[in-house]
Write a protein that binds this ligand. Structure first.
Ligand code: GAP
Length: 409
């Protein structure tokens, strides 16, 4: 495990998962650029999350709020005052350093034009609470979900994708009656564990930590951190917080807007309480890469492979002609590839180098299946389908290939 970070960072760069941000200029600390495979992996994770927490439910509404918000949002939320880390400056004195990135909106440099790159996606959901209630008239409990970038001027960004200055979050603000908060908290606690397992993270590597009094964020009455065993220690992967009615009350007061809700059960005006499951996408990518990274020996040869669950793998299958210099094989392989790609776009074609090398290349980026067109294919329309983890091959009719990818639907 010791040098697994170095191995993953090097594989990520070599194979096009993740590059250092602004690399040719010497980089910019705390930023990374996702290459084609990293982008595909990240998109798969986002899609799976959206499907589980938004599409498959009737009570969670999707949102995509602006990154720049009125500065008063951050005053009300407590971030202008409290989103700070202690910093020891050159005189040796400790001062509080606010981690929000400040910018100016428009040509004016005046204080009134100050805005911030949002440090969490959450506030975009609280300030849209009234809009959603007015447009959709949802019944309690209901939630808002959002996926997007957040920015934190971390004093010491480190550990690859773990502590970034530009990061992506997947967050839900789930509104409940106060009396029901514990029930919803437990529900999301289970759903978060389920999600962790579904994306291929071994639950044994994840530990729930009850965050004690005095260590929770200013808005939280209860927080559970889901910690992961990274090679650099057991640290936070996700958080689940009970934010009470703190945010809606604070925004109602500061904006002078009624953010209450008429409870259809009691006909009373209430301010709902909020349960917040918060997922860092970059930390998810890191944990998924760490879980998937495997070194083994196959047919007497050492190999490195990524044991991604097929649903998160950036490429689902690779199609090969057995030999490059046989026009009949190439033509057939191209036809199989083109037809399959209509059904499964996340596939690739490779005719470069010997077949063993091509398998290794796909293993290294976690492609679950390789499909080889050989001389028998020309006779009976069957191909070999090779499984990444076992290296075992089976013969499959071309007409039956797509059913092997039913897990994608
Ligand atoms: N809205 C609540 C909130 O933002 P948080 O614990 O500060 O809570 C939520 O952040 C999640 O965002 C974390 O669990 C982590 O996955 C991710 N995260 C936070 N800071 C990060 C950073 N500097 N780099 C990468 N991910 C980060």
């Amino acid at each position: 495990m010791e040098n697994s970070m170095e191995k993953i960072i090097s594989l990520s760069k070599r194979r096009g998962f993740v590059y250092q941000g602004s690399e040719i200029y010497g980089g910019l600390a705390g930023t990374y650029d996702y290459g084609p495979l990293g982008t595909a992996l990240k998109n798969n994770l986002k899609d799976l999350w959206w499907r589980k927490f938004v599409l498959e439910r009737d009570d969670i509404y999707g949102l995509d709020a602006a990154i720049l918000m009125n500065q008063d949002v951050w005053k009300a939320s407590g971030h202008t005052k409290g989103f700070a880390d202690p910093l020891v400056d050159q005189s040796g004195k400790t001062r509080q350093f606010n981690m929000m990135f400040q910018t100016h909106v428009g040509a004016s440099e005046e204080d009134s034009a100050v805005s911030y790159l949002r440090p969490e996606t959450a506030q975009g959901m609280f300030v849209n609470f009234k809009n959603i209630v007015d447009s959709f008239h949802p019944k309690l409990p209901f939630g808002l979900a959002q996926v997007g970038k957040a920015f934190r001027n971390e004093i010491a960004p480190r550990d690859f994708l773990f502590r970034l200055r530009e990061l992506e979050q997947l967050e839900i603000e789930y509104f409940v009656r106060e009396k029901d908060w514990e029930k919803s908290f437990e529900e999301f606690r289970k759903l978060m564990s389920q999600w962790i397992e579904e994306i291929g993270i071994n639950p044994k590597h994840v530990h729930e930590l009850e965050v004690p009094d005095g260590e929770r964020a200013h808005y939280s009455k209860r927080t559970i951190d889901f910690e992961f065993d990274y090679p650099f220690g057991r640290k936070e992967l996700y958080g689940l917080a009970y934010r009470t009615d703190f945010d809606l009350k604070a925004h109602a007061l500061a904006s002078n807007t009624d953010l209450s809700y008429v409870d259809e059960e009691t006909k009373e005006k209430i301010v709902p309480h909020c349960i917040e499951p918060s997922f860092g996408l970059d930390r998810t990518v890191l944990a998924v890469l760490l879980e998937a990274y495997t070194e083994d020996e196959l047919a007497g040869e050492k190999r490195t492979f990524l044991r991604f669950s097929p649903a998160v793998a950036p490429i689902k299958a690779a199609v090969f002609p057995l030999l490059k210099n046989k026009p009949d094989l190439i033509k057939k392989a191209e036809t199989v590839y083109k037809n399959l790609k209509k059904e499964i776009p996340e596939i690739t074609f490779d005719d470069n180098g010997n077949i063993g090398k091509r398998y290794r290349r796909q293993d290294e980026i976690g492609t679950p299946y390789c499909i080889t067109i050989d001389f028998e294919t020309l006779e009976n329309d069957s191909v070999t389908l090779r499984d990444r983890d076992s290296g075992k091959q089976e013969r499959v009719k071309i007409s039956e290939l797509t059913s092997k990818f039913d897990f994608l639907r």
